[in-house]
Design a protein around this ligand. Structure first.
Ligand code: HEM
Length: 277
């Protein structure tokens, strides 16, 4: 007979055979690593810059575009239908609004994303086509994260960037969710209602760890992009100059950025030459 530890919560019975508990357990360590990425630490310290936030939003745009497209396409799949909540959770339109606010009407031509974002999107498309039952792992990682720490991060971001209103912060707002905690309980119970074979369950758990890993890689790549840009803003050359490294894995969506980056490298090289002289 199965021995299941039961834990009473306010609105639901949770067992350690429940997907929601298992997924939380297996991603616990990854969550700590995600929280401790440089980008997330900037948020938590109230030091997030407009540039960091704009780059993050640009990557989130690409990620949610694919995630939500695959959820929509597979909305009748038995592994997706119970956790399909587009009216409550969909983020794409909110992100588009924020990007237009920060970059202007031609934001689609101006946003740049690192290669890690492309890899993340590629994986989402792949499982959307081959294993739609794994989509729950990605939906959980992003949406429940946004409904949890994301709420605090929104307020911190507003303060750090000195934004007077909520313009540019639609990403953090869930108008269709009146109580994030209650909604998370509902979402967990829906996750637990998904019928999975043992093999599929293990696949979902592995995919959840992978989903966190993709996010960590995106944050790290974004930070590398920012570090390259910061060199341009160095007004003093009193310290030894580190040559700017353009990450080889960076993917640009605009030729303009490629040109600007080329210019940074050239400028820094010339500056070093003058300094050495
Ligand atoms: C500044 C960084 C972050 C902070 C401060 C933070 C904080 C939190 C907090 C306080 C919770 C609620 C824990 C609970 O209810 O037991 C939570 C849950 C969660 N977070 Fe984060 N988080 C951060 C980053 C992330 C990132 C980057 C992801 C994923 C990409 C993520 C995914 C999740 C998920 C999926 C949950 C739901 C856990 C569950 O109830 O099963 N978080 N986070």
């Amino acid at each position: 007979m199965e021995t299941e530890k039961r834990t009473q919560t306010t609105a639901e019975q949770i067992t350690d055979r429940d997907l929601s508990e298992q997924i939380k357990k297996v991603t616990k360590e990854s969550h700590v690593r995600a929280e401790n990425t440089e980008l997330m630490l900037s948020f938590q310290r109230g030091q997030v810059t407009l540039q960091q936030y704009k780059l993050l939003l640009s990557s989130l745009y690409e990620i949610y575009q694919v995630l939500e497209e695959e959820l929509d396409r597979n909305s009748n799949h038995p592994g997706v239908a119970p956790i399909y909540f587009p009216a409550e959770l969909a983020r794409l339109e909110a992100i588009e609004k924020d990007l237009e606010y920060f970059y202007g009407q031609d934001w689609r031509e101006r946003i740049v994303v690192p290669a890690a974002t492309k890899r993340y999107c590629h994986r989402l498309r792949q499982i959307g086509a081959e294993n739609p039952e794994f989509l729950v792992a990605h939906a959980y990682t992003r949406y429940l994260g946004d409904l949890s720490g994301g709420q605090v991060l929104g307020r911190i971001a507003q303060k750090s960037m000195g934004l007077k209103s909520s313009d540019g912060l639609s990403f953090f707002a869930f108008p269709g969710v009146s109580s994030p905690n209650l909604f998370k309980q509902l979402y967990r119970s829906r996750m637990n209602s998904v019928e999975l074979t043992e093999e599929e369950r293990n696949g979902v758990l592995e995919e959840a760890v992978r989903a966190f890993e993709f996010n960590i890689q995106v944050f790290d790549d974004l930070q590398k992009m920012l570090n390259v840009t910061e060199i341009q803003n160095c007004s003093t050359l009193s310290k030894p100059v580190k040559m700017p490294q353009i990450p080889g894995n960076m993917t640009k969506t605009t030729p303009l950025l490629r040109m600007v980056l080329g210019l940074f490298v050239a400028l820094a090289t010339v500056s070093m030459g003058i300094y050495a002289f």
